[in-house]
Design a protein. Structure first.
Length: 235
């Protein structure tokens, strides 16, 4: 691993360390609840254990659409990248979390510890990209992330994005990450300030203008198991 390919701002290292610990717990079958507190103070609970399972309800449509070489951005423990390889489809996962990459490899997925905004193998040649499990929030600037995905895609490529339901409040900016069991850093103490990080959420009905600024357009949208998705293509 080339450490220059992993960019975590020093101010966000605490959040990454917290994520690593909770993900390792979830993979071991212990509580994997994370709480993300957005800039307005609203809390969003996430179960990291669902990322560690072989299948998450609603994955089918994503996997069916990835018919060629696929890059899973923010692959976590490799659920989707591993499932694609099992289907005989080439796939690579990237994630800034060393724990996520280790778990993905244990699953049999191909994964690298990389930042999506740093050099990535196959730039401009990927037939499919995945931004699932809320990963459109990476970096806290969805427009910038979509532009980066546009650069990674082949001219005929497709970007498959998971979104929040229509009518949900979209937001971006400085958020804080908290351990769902109330232990902020593993020492038994609840640090209510949380670990700062940049993140975002995008509702399905707010996607079109963001896609347009990135040189993408929406080809199709679908729902499955109460999850919302869209497929984008270069304009």
């Amino acid at each position: 691993m080339n450490p220059t390919n992993v960019a975590c701002p020093p101010g966000e290292q605490v959040a990454l360390d917290l994520y690593d610990r909770v993900l390792a717990r979830a993979a071991a079958g212990v509580d994997g609840t994370l709480v993300l507190r957005d800039p307005s103070g609203r809390e969003h609970r996430v179960d990291a254990a669902s990322w560690c399972r072989p299948h998450r309800p609603g994955d089918g449509g994503l996997l069916d659409r990835c018919r060629g070489a696929t890059l899973d951005v923010g692959c976590g423990p490799g659920r989707l990248a591993g499932a694609l390889l099992e289907r005989g489809r080439p796939a690579l996962g990237i994630d800034v979390s060393p724990t996520a990459v280790r778990l993905a490899r244990l699953r049999g997925a191909l994964a690298l510890c990389r930042d999506a905004f740093a050099p990535v193998p196959g730039q401009g040649r990927w037939e499919h990209l995945l931004l699932a499990d809320g990963n459109i929030g990476i970096g806290g600037d969805p427009a910038a992330l979509l532009r980066r995905c546009r650069d990674l895609l082949a001219p005929h490529g497709r970007l498959h994005v998971e979104l929040e339901p229509p009518g949900t409040r979209s937001w971006n900016g400085r958020a804080t990450l908290h351990d769902g069991d109330g232990d902020g850093d593993g020492d038994g103490t609840d640090h209510s300030g949380g670990a700062p990080m940049r993140w975002a959420q995008v509702a399905a009905d707010d996607l079109a203008p963001l896609a347009g600024t990135a040189g993408l357009f929406i080809r199709t949208t679908w729902t499955e198991e109460d999850r919302w998705f869209a497929t984008l293509a270069p304009a």
